[in-house]
Structures are given as C-alpha cells and as structure tokens.
Write a protein that binds this ligand. Structure first.
Ligand SMILES: Cc1cc2nc3c(=O)[nH]c(=O)nc-3n(C[C@H](O)[C@H](O)[C@H](O)COP(=O)(O)OP(=O)(O)OC[C@H]3O[C@@H](n4cnc5c(N)ncnc54)[C@H](O)[C@@H]3O)c2cc1C
Ligand code: FES
Length: 219
C-alpha cells in the first residue's frame, strides 16, 4: 500500500503488486488509472513516499513436477512477470493479453527469461485478436493434455477471471488467481475488499490477494 503524496488528498494509500525485487529494493509497475497514479507519475527520483507492505499472501510455488500456465490480463503482468522470473527454470506457458499493442509491457524482458509468450490484444494490433483467455481456449483445444499436467496462475481484471473460472470448471483446471479488488485500508480492518468464496467471505487484502481459482463465487 503506497502513499502517492504526503498530504491529505488522496487520503488513502493505493495497492500495488511487487513487480521485481532487487535485494531490499522493490519495483512496481503501474498504469495510469486516476488521480493517485497520475500524482505518482509526477514523483521524482529520490522522493520519499510512505509504504506499508508486503501485505497479504503470495502465489504458492508449483509442485516439483508441475508445469505452469501463467495468464496475465493488462497490468496483471506486474506480478505474473515476478512469478515468471522466479520460476525461470521451469517449463512455462505464458498467455498475455492487453487492449492494444501499446499497452503490452515487458515483452522483451519476458523473452529474456526464455519464455515465448502467447500474445493477444482486444483490437488485434499485436498477436491473436481477443483476450488471453480466448488464446488459452484455442491452445487447450489443440493440446488437451495440458489440462492435467499444468497448474494455472493468473492476474488480471475481473471479467477475465469470470471466463477463466468457467473454463476451469469445464476442464477441471486447477490454479491460483491474484485479485485486483478495490481497497481502502489494505490491512484487514475496513472490510471494503471482501469477496464471496466457498469458505465464506474473505478479505482480499488479508486472506488474499491470491486465492485458489475454484474457491471464488462470482455473482
Ligand atoms: C492487490 C492489488 C494489486 C495491484 N497491483 C497493481 C499493479 O501492480 N500495478 C497497477 O498499475 N495497478 C495495480 N492495482 C490496481 C491499482 O491499485 C489501481 O489502479 C490504483 O489504486 C488506482 O488508483 P488511482 O488513484 O490512480 O485511481 P482512482 O482515481 O482511485 O480510480 C480511477 C479508475 O480506476 C479504477 N480502479 C481503482 N482501483 C482499482 C482496482 N483495484 N482495480 C480495478 N480498477 C480500479 C476506478 O474504478 C476508476 O475507474 C492493484 C490492485 C490490487 C488490489
Ligand atoms: S481493504 Fe480494508 S479490509 Fe481489505
């Protein structure tokens, strides 16, 4: 949870994923969404900002024999890249979707990890036309054995997770998703970030943001 300014406006810290770790240094990758991120983009090298973290849980590592399918939608690439970097010696399939070619980030860094990502864009300006989930569906049709041998890890917008959940249910796919829920306190007290799961309501900031895909109840 990062303060973008020292004043009272905006009052609330903003949640960001850890994108990369260099020793004790943390790098975040963010998109300009609204007031907070626009203020953040005006900060200069050497400015000091308040931060609280790391908070919440993290992606559980895959089992020793597991192969992995990573799925990133939009700025969901920030934590998915971190995971890919961590797993770099494992067999990885990465599906990465964005609205347009201009919104695709880190593609060179992904390739430098030895991963050849399956790219998709909503407008077809780069890679396959459609979403990362559309690309995954096409891949599963061509390679049905992936379903039993691979574990999914995903981060992206809510509509992406809804379609991923339907797909996972249909094919009995197992995996984890990192949710980008709106947050206020970020430390488990305001209950502003709760989601409904098969085990009852859970706070995304505290019990999440990573949840087993099959546990989330989407309305
Ligand atoms: C666990 C977690 C990790 C995140 N990691 C990253 C990251 O690594 N990089 C990154 O760029 N963003 C990340 N986000 C989203 C980021 O927190 C929001 O984009 C940011 O708080 C927007 O602040 P703002 O003041 O610029 O926008 P606001 O003025 O608060 O909102 C502008 C617009 O963005 C929408 N918005 C605000 N917060 C969210 C959200 N959480 N999810 C979807 N839409 C939102 C609002 O509905 C509004 O339409 C993460 C969110 C969570 C919960
Ligand atoms: S943001 Fe306050 S409980 Fe999660």
């Amino acid at each position: 949870m990062l303060s973008v300014d020292h004043g009272m406006d905006p009052l609330l810290k903003r949640p960001f994923s850890i994108h990369r770790l260099f020793g004790d240094d943390v790098q975040i990758l963010y998109r300009l969404a609204g007031k907070g991120t626009h203020i953040l983009s005006g900060r200069n090298k050497g400015d000091i900002l308040d931060a609280v973290g790391p908070l919440g849980n993290k992606f559980p590592p895959p089992g020793s024999g597991d192969k992995t399918i990573l799925i990133a939608g939009g700025i969901g690439i920030a934590p998915i890249f971190a995971l890919a970097e961590k797993l770099k010696n494992k067999e990885i399939l990465l599906f990465y979707g964005a609205k347009t070619k201009e919104e695709l980030l880190c593609t060179d860094q992904i390739k430098s990890l030895g991963i050849d990502p399956v790219i998709s864009t909503d407008d077809g300006s780069c890679g396959q036309k459609g979403t990362a989930i559309d690309a995954l569906i096409k891949h599963l049709i061509r390679h049905p054995s992936l379903v039993t041998s691979h574990r999914l890890y995903a981060c992206g917008p809510r509509p992406m997770f809804k379609s991923l959940s339907l797909l996972a249910k249909k094919h009995n796919l197992k995996g984890y998703i990192a949710l980008e829920q709106h947050m206020a306190c970020g430390i488990g007290t305001c209950l502003g970030c709760v989601i409904n799961t098969v085990d009852g309501y859970k706070r995304v900031c505290r019990e999440g943001p990573v949840f087993p895909l099959e546990k989330i109840l989407w309305e």
